[in-house]
Structure formats: C-alpha cells, structure tokens
Design a protein around this ligand. Structure first.
Ligand SMILES: [Zn+2]
Length: 119
C-alpha cells in the first residue's frame, strides 16, 4: 500500500468510525483504534518490523500507535507495504569502513572503496 493510500484508508476508517458511532449511538472508536493497533502490532512482529531501518519492536509500536493512531497506523501500512515488496532497508550488523562508511566484508582489512586500513 502506497503512503497516500494508507493515509486515505486511515481517514476512511476514522471517519467511518465516527459516522457509525453516530448511527448506533455508541462510540466504536474505543474498539476501532485499539483493535487496528493490536492487529498492526501483532502483524509487525510477524513481518519482523524491528529488523528494518526506522522499524520498532511490537510493544513500542503498540504504545506509539495508541498515542498517535492517525499517524502511526498509516505509517505502519506504508512500512508493511515496503517490507512485503522488498523496498524496506534492513538494519545490518555488517561492519562499515571507519573512513568512508561503506559496508565492507569483515574479513577484509583494507576498504575496497577508499583503501583505508581498518583498525
Ligand atoms: Zn572506506
């Protein structure tokens, strides 16, 4: 899901929730927001959101998204789309060159890009 689609879907859910709450005289937002947040938190642990850049763990995500659902939920849908389509950047523990910050093979002592000898 593209970022704009994610924002539109979130607004649609939000406005739909408000309209529906008015129709049945009962505030369904009390279930809608925690429900979608819980789904996203569980789903984020399945797709291992933590392994990606700007990703967070499911518990941290649940807290953040509960506080700022209108931003957190579309952000999650957008990140999820990037992860599932292979466009998200993985956090890597591979060593980087101390001089030029290029990812390098840990067995190499000399950086292939800038020629710096690693400590
Ligand atoms: Zn280098």
């Amino acid at each position: 899901m593209k970022l704009w689609n994610a924002i539109l879907l979130t607004l649609f859910l939000y406005l739909g929730g408000i309209v529906f709450s008015g129709l049945i005289h009962h505030n369904v937002m009390w279930y809608l927001i925690p429900g979608t947040t819980l789904w996203a938190a569980i789903d984020s642990s399945k797709i291992q959101l933590k392994r990606y850049r700007s990703g967070v763990g499911p518990v941290a995500f649940f807290v953040l998204c509960s506080l700022l659902w209108i931003i957190g939920f579309p952000w999650y849908l957008w990140m999820r789309h990037k992860i599932l389509t292979g466009h998200a950047e993985l956090i890597t523990n591979d060593p980087r060159c101390v001089s030029c910050d290029e990812l390098i093979n840990p067995e190499l002592k000399v950086c292939p890009k800038c020629g710096w000898t690693q400590p």
